[in-house]
Every structure is written in C-alpha cells, then in structure tokens.
Write a protein that binds this ligand. Structure first.
Ligand SMILES: Nc1ncnc2c1ncn2[C@@H]1O[C@H](COP(=O)(O)OP(=O)(O)OP(=O)(O)O)[C@@H](O)[C@H]1O
Ligand SMILES: [Mg+2]
Length: 362
C-alpha cells in the first residue's frame, strides 16, 4: 500500500469553542468552524488573538472551557492528545538535537511501539516525501534551518495524521527560504490530500498557502473565506486593513453609484444606500482624464511598481502604479484619479463603526 493511500484525512468541526484562562476576556471566544477533509485552512490574526490556543485545543494540548471539537465523526473534546491522530509542526521545530534525522522522525512510531521493519519503511517514505532521504544518518545539528523544518514535517507525516497542524512553521527561516518551504508544504498537503490547520500572522503567507483563511481578532472570528474573497470583499474594516493594504475612505452609495467627494463611480454591490466606507486597493487607483481630484504628496520607486501618495478631499490615499503610469508624477502635481472596474468594495457604516470600536479598545 502506498503511503498516501493510508492517510485518512478527517473533517474538523469546532462548535462554540471557548477557552478562558481566568479573569481576562476569553482567549478564544465561542468560535464555530467547519474544515473539510483535505482542506488547508489558515488562522490569521495579530499577536494574542487566539490562534495558537485554537490550534492547541484541536491538538488536545489544551481543553476548551466550553464547546465541542469533532474530528471525523468523533467528539474528541475530552480525548487526550495521543488518541487523536493529530500531529503538530512547531515554529521551533522541537527536534531532539542529540539524535540523528532518522531517530527524530522515528520517535513517534517508537513510542507507539511499532515493529522495527515498519518504522524503517515509514521513516524512509517520510524522508523521501520531504527530499531528505540522503540525510537519515546526519545529526540534526548539522542541518540548515530549512532542512530542520523538513525533518519536523517528516516527523509529523510519518504518523499519517488525520489532521496536521502548523504553528508559524516558517518564522525562523529567512524570507527567500520561507517562500520556498511554504510552497513545498502546500504542494505536499495537496498531493497527500491532508487536512491541515495552519497558523500565521503573516497575511501574505496566509493568502499564498490556503484554501480558506479565518481572520481572527481578540478571540473571535471576523471573517472566513477564500484568499480572493477576503481580499476583494472584506466584511469589516479590520479584515480590509489586515489583508493586503487598503485605503479606506468615506463615501455615499446610491443607485449603482458611489460618490467620493466631488467624483462618482459606477459600482455594483448588495448594500443599503447611504453613508459607506469605501475600500480602495492601491493597485485599483489610476491617474485618468476625469475622477477624484488629487495632489501628489510623495513618489517612491519600488521596483516592480511605484508607490504614489495623494491628498484628496476624502483623505490621503496610496496608489501602486506600473512604472509607465507613474512617469511625470511629481510632488505637488494635481491629477484626477479613477478606480479600475471591480477595484472598490463598500462596507456598511455599522461594520465600519463596530470594527473601529473594537480596534480602539484593543
Ligand atoms: N497558558 C496560558 N495562560 C494564560 N493565558 C494564556 C495562556 N495561553 C495563552 N494565553 C493568552 O491567551 C491569548 C491568546 O494567546 P495565543 O497564544 O492563542 O495567541 P496567538 O494568536 O497565537 O498570538 P501570537 O501570534 O503572538 O503567537 C493571549 O492573550 C495570551 O496571553
Ligand atoms: Mg501563537
């Protein structure tokens, strides 16, 4: 039987899961989440929003104060970690420095008292999956950071988990390696059909790696969606701000038209008429014949694009322009800005106000 066919990825269901560590506001506040078998879902949010705590509850390292956790069709809420068939890959790798690669990967199988021949075969397979078959006898101290992270991944995979959990697995790697290893993790996860829950506070990493992203804020879920949905249609100001960079300006919405200061733009969205907050992505703004009057306040050449800051009647906005569209823009110049079709998203005033209030308290 092949390695892949023996992994049975399971669904994960969180029902009103709450974790309180005492007098403070709950670390995780009644969250509901439904993860499909074979899906990679990322928990994304600022430091302290409850990502690790959520992951540790799925792993069985922390017990919910209330609510239920279902893996497959089994309620595991009170089941110890070792009975869950769930493995976790940590930021620190948590490898045994005095053992070689083989022994590190074999560790969990030894503890489970698997026969020697099976251990040997499974470890070889897991090392081959991460491209480390030639390193079995190498001491883990003699490996690079990227290789150590692969050992940690092999050690998780060798257990053929129903669910694999990642807690900021790339944060000890430099930027280039981070991109490389995250692509490897995603491709392995898809190839093996693993159910994976991935934690990061890096929004770009979340967008790049996930089927769906869960944006968390102060122990609660702000929005769940595909990377594209979150980027294009953020439900709250918090999500708009956290995913990518966003200009958020006040406007009015009525009859298929958004009014920004003296300018108006056609737009289609199912939202009540009246005051709105308008989310404008930097790549959606373009100098044009007509549109929103704007004065250039700063020009920064970034290589792939040029960042141009403008002062407008609705506030400061930042545009990322292809270099040929930025030529001739100098500080002090007056231009008009248009918005490319589909480059705008409206937030109802309630959502905008509510998110603002949350941020001011935090
Ligand atoms: N064992 C604990 N005892 C008391 N409070 C805790 C404990 N573990 C976590 N907390 C608190 O719960 C909240 C959420 O912590 P958590 O580690 O889940 O955040 P996080 O989103 O993973 O943050 P980071 O991005 O910094 O890793 C924080 O306020 C934290 O201080
Ligand atoms: Mg954490």
């Amino acid at each position: 039987m092949s390695f892949t066919s023996e992994i049975a990825p399971a669904a994960v269901l969180l029902q009103s899961v709450l974790k309180s560590f005492g007098a403070d506001a709950p670390a995780v506040d009644s969250i509901n989440l439904d993860i499909a078998p074979g899906e990679l879902v990322t928990l994304l949010g600022p430091s302290g929003c409850g990502k690790t705590t959520t992951l540790r509850m799925i792993a069985g390292l922390e017990e919910p104060t209330s609510g239920a956790i279902i893996i497959g069709d089994e309620d595991v809420t009170h089941l110890p970690a070792e009975k869950r068939d769930v493995t976790m890959v940590f930021q620190s790798y948590a490898l045994f420095p005095h053992m070689n690669v083989f022994a590190n990967v074999a560790y969990g199988l030894k503890v489970a008292r698997r026969p020697r021949a099976e251990i040997s075969q499974r470890v070889d397979e897991a090392l081959a999956l991460v491209g480390l078959e030639a390193y079995a006898q190498r001491s883990v101290d003699a490996l690079s950071g990227g290789q150590q992270q692969r050992v940690a991944l092999a050690r998780a995979l060798v257990m053929k988990p129903r669910v694999i959990l990642f807690d900021e697995p790339l944060s000890n790697l430099d930027a280039k390696l981070r991109h490389h290893v995250r692509a490897e993790i995603r491709s392995l996860q898809q190839r093996l059909g693993l159910t994976a829950v991935y934690v990061t506070h890096d929004q770009e990493e979340a967008l790049a790696i996930s089927d769906r992203v869960v944006v968390m804020n102060s122990g609660r879920i702000e929005q769940v969606g595909s990377p594209r949905e979150l980027y294009r249609s953020p439900a709250t100001r918090f999500v708009a701000d956290f995913i990518g960079s966003a200009n958020i300006v006040p406007g009015r919405w009525d009859a298929g038209k958004v009014t920004l200061g003296p300018a108006s733009f056609e737009h289609d969205q199912d939202i009540a008429p009246g005051a709105v907050s308008v989310v404008l992505r930097p790549e959606a703004l373009r100098p044009a014949e007509t549109g929103l009057p704007a004065k250039v306040t700063q020009v920064s050449f970034l290589g792939a694009s040029t960042q141009v800051d403008f002062d407008t009647e609705v506030g400061e906005v930042m545009a990322l322009l292809p270099d040929d569209e930025a030529t001739g823009l100098e500080v002090g110049k007056d231009v008009t800005l248009t918005i490319v079709p589909g480059g705008m998203h409206l937030l109802p005033p309630e959502a905008a106000e509510e998110a603002k209030a949350v941020r001011e308290v935090a």
